[in-house]
Write a protein that binds this ligand. Structure first.
Ligand code: RIB
Length: 288
């Protein structure tokens, strides 16, 4: 089967990752054990995950004119993502301040930086969306830009996939343009009404696997994989990119593939650094 062409429109951040036995309570200082800078951002992570699962991926986004920007671009290129339309704008790149605790759970604060400058789409970006099989968006860039992209994709016959994260209030028109939504348990609760308008919904359940609900209430479930969790950061992105890359193979195949990709991503520290390759996913699927 031909690998799909995926356009990811979204954020790219440098993750400032601190590891500590537990996350601090308000007003508290705790001693940490490690610090690392790791390329991330929901958009970039999902683009890398889709590319590692075999899709042809083009990334639409913005980096700043700082050293983080150059490193973020190099990471996308290394994964085989087409960055010819990636913008370099004045000012800092996006960053995420992340604390990972001893159980692998995290807390994240994102500062948009260059991602916030994506306030409109160029003719070349719109043409890339129209030419793609799937458009994949998240919510770490201005919502009006996501809406413009989704509207244009819908009008062009490009499938629209949305990972509505981080949670925020969205225009109804955006929901009506979405073909496939990928949500975690929290997002599933927060968007429970809006999701009824979407034809295909995939819910990730952390370590418990994932559920797909399709048209006419078709439902598929996949169980969680027994893995040793190191860091859950980016696991949802690994899942989402892998799902979109295999979506043209049918919901059941895509759900299993994505579930394995997401589980493997929890076994390593960091976001983009933990996303598995096709070979790793295939090997884990044959032994599970
Ligand atoms: O989903 C994980 C990502 O969320 C991190 O890489 C961070 O940059 C934030 O965007």
């Amino acid at each position: 089967m031909d690998s799909p062409t995926v356009v990811v429109l979204g954020s790219v951040n440098m993750d400032l990752v601190t590891t500590a036995a537990r996350r601090p309570a308000p007003g508290e200082t705790v001693l940490g054990s490690d610090f690392a800078t790791v390329p991330g951002g929901k958009g970039a992570n999902q683009a890398i995950a889709a590319a590692r699962s075999g899709a042809r991926v083009r990334f639409l986004g913005a980096i700043g004119d700082d050293t983080f920007g150059a490193e973020l671009t190099a990471t996308l290129l290394d994964a085989g993502v087409d960055t010819t339309l990636l913008r370099r704008v004045d000012g800092p790149s996006g960053i995420a301040s992340i604390v990972v605790d001893g159980t692998g759970e995290n807390s994240i604060i994102v500062v948009a930086g260059a991602n916030g400058q994506l306030t409109e789409l160029t003719a070349a970006e719109l043409a890339a969306i129209a030419a793609a099989d799937i458009l994949l968006c998240q919510l770490e860039i201005p919502i009006d830009t996501v809406l413009t992209a989704a509207r244009h994709a819908r009008a062009s016959g490009t499938v629209v996939a949305l990972n509505p994260s981080p949670v925020q209030s969205l225009p109804t028109e955006l929901w009506t343009a979405v073909d496939l939504a990928i949500v975690n348990s929290l997002e599933s609760e927060q968007y429970s009404v809006e999701l009824t308008q979407v034809a295909h919904v995939v819910r990730t359940l952390g370590g418990a696997g994932a559920v797909y609900r399709g048209e006419e209430e078709t439902e598929l479930t996949v169980a969680g994989l027994p893995v040793e969790v190191v860091d859950t950061t980016g696991a949802g992105d690994a899942f989402t990119g892998a799902l979109v890359a295999t979506w043209n193979q049918g919901a059941s195949t895509a759900l299993n593939w994505a579930n394995t990709a997401g589980a493997l991503a929890t076994t390593r520290l960091g976001a983009s650094s933990s996303i598995p390759s096709s070979a790793q996913i295939a090997a884990a699927l044959t032994t599970s």
